[in-house]
Every structure is written in structure tokens, then in C-alpha cells.
Design a protein around this ligand. Structure first.
Ligand code: HEC
Length: 161
């Protein structure tokens, strides 16, 4: 191969790279974050701080976890909720979760478990909506649960002995 040809090939590759990155940036810019979205930070596989500094309510959390329109945790997890007979078994039962994980570790799993396991099929309930590929129309540009709902669910989970 002549030098000229190698330079030509390198030039084409470089151009493709520039085009691809340009496209990536343009796509990311299409969608803005919801105005009420609070940034969160992961350290030691946990999110120590409550989302937006909110305090959760455990009884609301239990209702959200079993509501098929909101958390729908029951679709995949067995949960200690009275009178619930049907539940999924794709995920582990969540009884006793308080003894296995700290509050901050539970928060990361509910917010965006793919930070720990990129292959997880559990939805990131407070994942940055710009990272969700082809969400259903209802969820375009928003999180599956809002920050208060996430904190409510966590407040309930930490009571599960
Ligand atoms: C589509 C199925 C699915 C749904 C819906 C789902 N999860 Fe999960 N969840 C999983 C799977 C699978 C795992 C196991 C870890 C993994 O694969 O990421 C898991 C793991 C977890 C864990 C860590 C458990 C442990 O013992 O380490 C917590 C906590 C959790 N889920 C909470 C929730 C809550 C709360 C909801 C509802 C707001 C929910 N999940 C909804 C599938 C799901």
C-alpha cells in the first residue's frame, strides 16, 4: 500500500469519527432533563443522599411497590404485602432486604441498577431519561418514578426485616 493511500484511509476514518461523535452530541441535546430531575452521585456502589433531599413515607412506598401503574415491583419480586398472592420471581424476594443492603445501596438499585449490572433487566426507576432507549410514549423524557416516589419505596424497603 502506498503512503498516499494510507493517508487517504486515515483521513476517511477520522472524518467518520468526527461525524459519529457530532451525531452523538446532537442526539443527546435533543432531549433536556426534566426541570425537577435531581442529580445523584454513586460512591461505594451506593447513593448515600436521598434524592432531592426528600424524606420518604413507608406506607406510601408499600402502595407504590404494588401498584402496577407505578412501581410494579411485584411483577418481578415477592414482597411481604398482606393479601397479595400473585407476584413475579424474576428478581429475588425482597423480604429481609434491610439486613442485606444499606439504605444507600438499596437507593442505587432502585434509581439505576445498571450502574452495578449493565445487563440487568430491572428498570432504572430514576435513570437519567436521556439514557433510556425508546421509552414508551408515556415515559418519554421522564423517569418511571419521581424522586418522592423513589424515596417512599426506599423508606418502606428499609423496614423489611
Ligand atoms: C422487570 C423486573 C423487575 C422489576 C419490575 C423490578 N425489579 Fe428489582 N430486581 C430485578 C432483578 C432481576 C434483580 C436481581 C439483580 C439484577 O439482575 O439486577 C433485582 C434486584 C433488586 C434489588 C436488589 C436485591 C438484592 O437482594 O440484592 C432491589 C432492592 C430491588 N430489585 C428493588 C426493586 C423495587 C423496589 C422495584 C419496584 C419499584 C423493583 N425492584 C422492580 C427485577 C425487577
Amino acid at each position: 500500500m502506498t503512503h498516499g493511500r494510507i493517508f487517504l484511509l486515515a483521513g476517511i476514518l477520522l472524518l467518520q469519527l468526527v461525524l459519529l461523535t457530532g451525531q452523538g452530541i446532537a442526539n443527546a441535546g435533543e432531549q433536556a432533563l426534566p426541570a425537577d430531575y435531581c442529580q445523584w452521585h454513586v460512591s461505594d456502589y451506593a447513593i448515600a443522599q436521598p434524592l432531592c433531599g426528600l424524606a420518604g413515607d413507608a406506607s406510601r412506598g408499600m402502595a407504590i411497590a404494588s401498584d402496577s401503574d407505578r412501581g410494579n415491583c411485584l411483577a418481578c419480586h415477592q414482597l411481604p404485602i398482606p393479601d397479595v398472592e400473585a407476584y413475579g420471581t424474576i428478581g429475588p424476594p425482597l423480604s429481609g432486604i434491610e439486613a442485606r443492603l444499606t439504605e444507600g445501596q438499596i437507593r442505587l438499585r432502585v434509581v439505576d441498577t445498571r450502574e452495578i449490572n449493565p445487563m440487568s433487566i430491572m428498570p432504572g426507576f430514576y435513570r437519567d431519561p436521556r439514557l433510556i432507549h425508546r421509552p414508551g410514549k408515556r415515559f418519554a423524557g421522564r423517569t418511571f418514578l419521581n424522586a418522592q416516589q423513589v424515596e417512599d419505596v426506599i423508606a418502606w424497603l428499609v423496614t423489611l426485616k
